[in-house]
Design a protein around this ligand. Structure first.
Ligand code: SF4
Length: 294
């Protein structure tokens, strides 16, 4: 992905009504110009977000400063060896270093904790030993199940209750709609809740539009400087209309798409998501950017 392609895409995304740009991965800091992308998106008035494992953040910190509204450091336990084992790369100490550097630059990163059965007991230590002393928000991200992509065990009802309790703590964010969806068995193809393709536009590193969502990736459309045209094409719209209805969509709980789904379509999940969404945006000060007039 080149800076020219990103520039063209951001212009189109603006026209398509997009508000938030999530530079995501894998590891987004592997792209050498990620700081230029974030800076451009910010200048164009988007809310920006990046999640990193911290390995490359120290290198980019100065250049990213002020251009990432929601900067997330992935941390799944306060136990260094366990975290490195879970992530498959030695990055715990880099997260600690990244927190230090971000704070010295007056940035306020969040800790993104992906919750599995094997680390749910570790939330306490991450909250008390890392988030509280550094005044950081702890985002609890329940692991999601997906038929094609093996993402680990689903969370038990007991674990979902534990997460709900954590959501009451100061500076802890958990979207209760995620928990509710899991209790309901995830997306149901007969009555789909998922609005992945109509609320999120996924662009691959190869500059392709991926539909209906990245994880399913039924089809890729080369963008070639014409994102709006490609997005409005008959075939793209056909795939968008199949969001949540394909056989693989049964039971899906992929947070990345359910988050925008729940914030744009009024149903019981919308109301469940409201308190935590306001809590997070109030603390971060990003709520103003989400007003329709902004
Ligand atoms: S339910 Fe939605 S997010 Fe899940 S696989 Fe289907 S289209 Fe993708």
């Amino acid at each position: 992905m080149t800076l020219d392609q990103v520039t063209e895409n951001l212009k189109s995304l603006k026209q398509l009504g997009v508000k938030v740009i999530d530079f995501t991965g894998g590891e987004p800091l592997l792209h050498k110009q990620i700081d230029e992308f974030a800076s451009l998106a910010k200048r164009m008035g988007f809310i920006t977000t990046i999640t990193t494992n911290g390995l490359l953040y120290p290198k980019f910190a100065e250049r990213l400063k002020g251009n990432v509204d929601m900067l997330h450091f992935s941390l799944d336990t306060a136990d260094a060896a366990k975290h490195d084992k879970m992530r498959g790369v030695s990055c715990f100490n880099h997260v600690m270093k990244s927190i230090e550097i971000a704070k010295s630059l007056n940035e306020r990163p969040d800790i993104l904790f992906t919750v599995f059965e094997e680390n749910i007991e570790d939330i306490k230590a991450v909250y008390k030993e890392i988030c509280i002393p550094n005044d950081l928000i702890l985002i609890l991200n329940p692991s999601f199940e997906y038929n094609q992509v093996k993402t680990g065990e689903g969370l038990s009802q007991h674990s979902l209750s534990i997460l709900k309790e954590w959501g009451r703590e100061k500076n802890v964010y958990i979207n209760n709609a995620f928990l509710e969806l899991r209790k309901d068995g995830g997306n149901q193809v007969k009555s789909p809740v998922c609005k992945a393709a109509s609320t999120t536009i996924v662009i691959s590193p190869e500059n392709e539009l991926i539909l209906p969502c990245y994880h399913l990736g039924e089809k890729s459309f080369p963008i070639g400087g014409e994102l709006e045209k490609v997005y409005h094409s008959k075939e793209a719209q056909r795939l968008i209309s199949l969001e949540g209805k394909l056989p693989e969509c049964q039971g899906c709980t992929i947070n990345c798409y359910m988050q925008p789904t729940f914030s744009t379509h009024v149903n019981k999940y919308f109301w469940k998501a409201i308190p935590s969404t306001f809590k997070y945006n109030r603390i971060k000060g990003t709520w103003k950017n989400l007003l329709p007039m902004s």
